[in-house]
Design a protein around this ligand. Structure first.
Ligand code: ARG
Ligand code: ASP
Length: 713
């Protein structure tokens, strides 16, 4: 078939003796043998491609998992012990926390296996095998069909292939497009559902530096937590049951205590979520000029309200810590991304590339017919899209960024359902209400409501104005606070008791009369009428364009080994331990130490309040076997692995296949790597595994966990 031929061409490598792949790239484990392994070995990897991914024998892939829905975790003992980030386990840790048992603040260490805490809803997913199914998915696709129809046939094919692949098994199937739909891979997964919390350091360690240090190097965050996978007696997935036993894995990572040096080989194996390396200059401009700046502005406002309230009470701090961290995380990433793209002169670089590509296209009549329209069409489409994208930011980032609006929207389901189905949904809602209100502070949400509606009112053109805005302008002289006071004290969606009693005596009329509900529906209607009709159509065109554009790039760059954008499938990235120069005259070292934590210590600042116990260990140099040969405890390190969101918790592996760290972040100068990677500036940030072990052993005294591990000295 045509498409696989193009792929082959794109993958074709001229094996010159000086050939080397840059550190950029997120590679498909199944294809390492074919494309990367020689390069990896040249750079210091001492094992084989089969040791990383094999369907015949135990390999590293059997020790790496998708943790929850957006992080990575890895096995570190033959008893199902898993390490991931503190920020990945945060939800679980928080769910077991209360003002009385504040595991977020104090940490949590299960004394015995019986004390490990179950986490309903938390799963880990292992890849059993993957397969290239491009030909099957694209079978019978007539390229001339409208994109919407093509997508429908593709989706039908996908569902068929998935169903077939797991018929009669306990597995789950996933099938995803690669290279913007020029290739498709099938993934057979095994999902474990009894995952228990084993240990977590206090936030003062696991979140040390908080949002202040987030996305920054130098860094000192002890960003890890420990879980254990439980299975039934046959070692298979099972729902939580106290009789379940620790999972016995095929493979787990040995842990190196030997340390590492600058330029040493490193590999990160995990689940990167999303990158967009093959965007046109028009799309990048849209991100830089419209999407990022407006989202940043809206979140500035929201965050300042959350933070101010969190400082007034420990209760609000617990309620909003995860929410604020979540809002702040992307906010800060986007700020870094825009700076990085500017610094890289990304739009000019893309335009330069597009000029060359256009010359290449125009040099051949055939190519001109196939690809000649691509860039002009992008240009036209983004011109239409920009003003709509602008309004969308205010609709979804601002108005839907108000928790009560977002929450209210969920209940729209009840309007769609009837009879027993509706009753069932009502019962389901009742079970979740308490969870929602446990982390809800009415006054905080009210302030956010007033501020973000005001922003919408001030920023969006008249034709997209909301009923609520018009009404508040008229009846309340534009005073959103005043209106908020009124509806927050009355609505069924702002009070646990009112909502419960409403659901106990459900009435559609009452639902529709609620001010939050009507405001939400009004926004949705305006969105559907004035935006979605156009954007839906455009988005289908973009899918089609992106696919052709990618194909053109693959033909044009056929001597270059290209990697597909991240799509939350298992990938390998490799590079080396390295320093970088953030500014002229400044070089950042590749590691940080406990000395740096002590230097930052300040009990007055929440993010830098070092626990006494840690200070005492430091004072006594009580480091056990975990100090580096320089005599200090190394805390974090940087390397050139190309990672993104979802890689958090990923194992960082040395040339011998041993665990040396747990990936958790990137540097601020490098967050544009999702769109354009810069080998000079992009670094992934990892926790030195020796710091984690030091904390588990010396700080927490959880030696039973150390005894389970395989330490390489
Ligand atoms: N920036 C890291 C990542 O994107 C860590 C986020 C969690 N920490 C925080 N302070 N918000 O996930
Ligand atoms: N901190 C991110 C994560 O949670 C990793 C990154 O974006 O580099 O996956």
């Amino acid at each position: 078939m045509k498409i696989s031929k193009i792929l082959l061409l794109a993958f074709f490598i001229i094996k010159l003796s000086f050939f080397a792949i840059a550190d950029e790239g997120m590679w498909i484990p199944m294809l390492l043998q074919k494309y990367n392994i020689e390069d990896m070995q040249k750079k210091g990897f001492k094992l084989t491609a089969e040791d990383i991914y094999s369907i015949n024998k135990a390999s590293m892939k059997d020790a790496v998992m998708l943790f929850g829905r957006g992080c990575t975790g890895e096995l570190i003992s033959d008893k199902g012990l898993v390490i991931t980030n503190h920020h990945c386990g945060y939800g679980a840790i928080q769910s077991h926390s209360s003002v009385e048992h504040d595991y977020l603040t104090n940490g949590f260490w299960a004394k015995t296996q019986a004390d490990e805490l179950d986490n309903p809803g938390l799963t880990v997913t292992f890849l059993v095998k993957m397969e290239d199914v491009t030909n099957d998915v694209l079978e019978n696709i007539n390229e001339n069909l409208p994109e919407q129809e093509k997508q429908k046939i593709i989706n039908d094919n996908i569902e068929k292939i998935k169903a077939e692949a797991i018929k009669g098994t306990i597995y789950e199937a996933e099938l995803k497009p690669f290279f913007n739909g020029n290739a498709y891979y099938l993934f057979i997964n095994k999902v474990y559902t009894d995952i228990r919390l084993v240990g977590a350091p206090p936030s003062a360690i696991g979140k040390f530096g908080g949002d202040t240090d987030n996305w920054m190097w130098p860094r000192h965050t002890g960003d890890f937590s420990l879980f254990r996978i439980y299975a039934n007696k046959n070692n298979e997935p099972a729902k939580y049951n106290k009789d379940n036993v620790p999972f016995k894995p095929k493979k787990y990572f040995p842990i190196s205590l030997k340390g590492f040096e600058k330029d040493d080989f490193t590999m990160v194996f995990g689940y990167p979520g999303r990158t967009q390396e093959y965007l046109s200059s028009y799309a990048v401009k849209n991100i830089m000029d419209i999407i990022n700046p407006n989202r940043i502005k809206i979140r500035d406002t929201k965050l300042s309200i959350m933070k101010a309230d969190m400082e007034t009470s420990p209760k609000i701090r617990i309620q909003y810590s995860a929410k604020a961290a979540h809002v702040a995380n992307s906010w800060k990433k986007w700020i870094g991304q825009n700076r990085g793209l500017k610094r890289l002169d990304a739009i000019n670089k893309k335009q330069e590339f597009e000029k060359q590509l256009t010359e290449w296209i125009n040099a051949d009549e055939n190519r001109k017919a196939k690809y000649g329209n691509l860039l002009p069409t992008y240009k036209k489409i983004y011109k239409t899209l920009e003003p709509l994208d602008y309004v969308e930011q205010y609709m979804f980032e601002a108005i839907f960024g108000i928790e009560t609006i977002n929450y209210t929207w969920k209940f729209n389901k009840l309007e769609q359902l009837e009879g027993d189905k509706q009753k069932e949904a009502i019962e389901k809602f009742k079970k979740t209400i308490h969870g929602h209100f446990k982390n809800f502070n009415l006054e905080t949400d009210k302030k956010i409501f007033a501020a973000l509606y005001k922003m919408y009112a001030d920023s969006v053109p008249d034709e997209y104005q909301l009923e609520l805005v018009k009404m508040v302008n008229k009846k309340y002289k534009g005073n959103f606070n005043k209106y908020a006071n009124k509806i927050y004290s009355k609505s069924i969606f702002t009070d646990e008791k009112r909502l419960t009693s409403f659901l106990n005596n459900f009435s559609l009329k009452k639902l529709k009369a609620d001010p939050f509900y009507s405001a939400t529906m009004n926004l949705i209607n305006i969105y559907r009428q004035k935006i979605a009709t156009t954007t839906q159509n455009i988005n289908f065109q973009i899918i089609d364009l992106n696919k052709k554009y990618m194909k053109a790039i693959m033909e044009y760059k056929k001597e270059k080994l290209l990697y597909p954008d991240a799509n939350l499938t298992l990938r390998v990235t490799y590079g080396k331990i390295n320093t970088y120069e953030p500014r002229d005259g400044v070089v950042y070292k590749y590691f940080t130490t406990l000395d740096g934590i002590i230097a930052k210590d300040n009990p007055e600042i929440y993010d830098y309040d070092v626990p006494d116990k840690l200070k005492e260990l430091y004072k006594n140099k009580d480091y056990g076997q975990y100090a580096d040969k320089d005599g200090t405890i190394h805390t974090c390190f940087i390397a050139t692995n190309h990672t993104t969101g979802g890689n958090s918790g990923s194992p960082v592996i040395n040339g011998n296949g041993e665990l040396i760290g747990v990936n958790f972040d990137r540097n601020w100068e490098g967050t544009m790597s999702d769109i354009m990677y810069d080998p000079d500036q992009c670094r992934n940030i990892s926790l030195d595994i020796r710091y984690a072990l030091f904390l588990i052993d010396k700080y927490a005294g959880a030696t039973r966990l150390i005894d389970e591990m395989t330490l390489v000295k």
